[in-house]
Design a protein around this ligand. Structure first.
Ligand code: UT7
Length: 331
């Protein structure tokens, strides 16, 4: 009988490509303007991986930094969870590529598919494994190279996305700190509004699919927008209520970085000042599962997250899925 422990984040790290693609660059590629992109999304630039690079290249860098930040070595990691939908190849799990490169010999590793909510789903999974006593140190990574699944001829989606990776080490912490509650959800009736239509068992690729970009992200932006606006505020309210707190107790919300208008809607609903929301999407665009851990890492290094702070992470995305977590920061 293992004692119930508290689990929390003890280290974070991130890695993004050096190459910057600005809104002005996009003006030369599709019928858009810097003005439209800034006004409608808040995004100014995004990072794009070089040809020949893969998601694991960034997942490995972010993972290594998180392990160092936790004061551990790769041999200390007992489980690796990689949230991604842009793995290096369809098989095997990219988590295994990461495991080998980090030198975590024999450590179990798997990919987790929950779209942009994947990193917070991963934290909740790690929390359960650590509290049950199954594993001590779990490396949770969110990594996506959205540039690889972007239809660069579709102006309604190609201006939104970017590449990157972020990671956290989850481990037992003092009873007073760490994860306090999670709120995970899915609404599978919305599966079709944000998807990659071809390339799976339902519809393996045909040459016509490739010509029509059906191997790339298809998104009904309006529908996703409405869902995101509703669920972000609701999930935040529910998750803080679960641990007996109110929204006023939150020191910082680290939301999925998709669109400043979506974040502003949560600001209005929750009645919190904008300064309580960490925003860096102007620099990176929407990096899917990587967005929250990159933001967490930057908020920590900028001194915006301190020991004892109540932090809420909240994401939404393909599935449709959502995931929110409350934690008391421990370092
Ligand atoms: O991680 C989760 C993934 N997804 C998201 O978070 C995305 C959620 N959705 C959104 O952020 C918004 O829906 C968008 C930013 C994608 C679009 O904003 P919107 O308020 O839903 O605008 P819309 O799609 O209704 O488009 C408004 C107009 C349209 O023109 P008409 O029909 O009014 O003449 C579009 O054709 O804007 C046009 N438009 C563009 N114009 C210039 C669409 N994309 C562009 C563009 N540049 N890049």
């Amino acid at each position: 009988m293992g004692m119930q422990k508290r689990a929390g984040i003890i280290g974070v790290g991130s890695a993004v490509p050096n190459r910057v693609l600005t809104n002005h660059d996009l003006e030369k590629m599709v019928d858009t303007t810097d003005e439209w992109i800034r006004t409608m999304t808040g995004i100014e630039e995004r990072r794009i991986a070089d040809e020949g690079e893969a998601t694991s290249d960034y997942a490995i860098r972010a993972g290594r930094k998180a392990i160092e930040s936790a004061g551990l070595s790769p041999q200390d990691i007992d489980l690796i969870i990689l949230a991604t939908f842009t793995g290096d190849t369809p098989l095997p799990a990219t988590a295994c590529i990461v495991q080998n490169a980090l030198g975590c010999k024999g450590t179990p590793a798997f990919d987790l598919a929950a779209g942009c909510s994947g990193f917070v789903y991963g934290l909740a999974t790690a929390d359960a494994f650590v509290r049950s006593g199954h594993y001590e140190h779990v490396l949770v990574i969110g990594a996506d190279l959205l540039s690889r699944v972007t239809n660069w001829t579709d102006r309604s989606t190609c201006v939104l996305f970017g590449d990157g990776a972020g990671a956290a080490v989850v481990a037992p912490v003092d009873e007073d700190g760490g994860f306090m509650a999670f709120e995970l959800g899915a609404e599978g009736s919305g599966a079709g509004v944000l998807c990659i239509p071809a390339g799976g068992s339902r519809h393996p690729y045909t040459p016509e699919d490739l010509a029509a970009h059906r191997d790339k992200i298809y998104m009904e932006g309006r529908e996703v927008f409405k869902f995101a606006v509703k669920i972000q505020g609701e999930a935040t309210e529910r998750v803080v209520a679960k641990c007996g707190l109110s929204v006023e107790d939150i020191d910082l919300v680290v939301p999925h970085q998709a669109n400043t208008r979506i974040i502003e809607s949560a600001v209005n609903r929750l009645g919190l000042p904008m300064e309580k929301f960490y925003v860096n999407l102007q620099k990176y665009g929407n990096t899917s599962a990587a967005s929250i851990p990159i933001a967490l890492d930057e908020a920590v290094s900028e001194g915006k997250i301190k020991k004892g702070d109540i932090i809420v992470t909240v994401g939404f995305g393909a599935g449709l899925t959502w995931a929110a977590g409350v934690m008391k920061w421990v370092f």
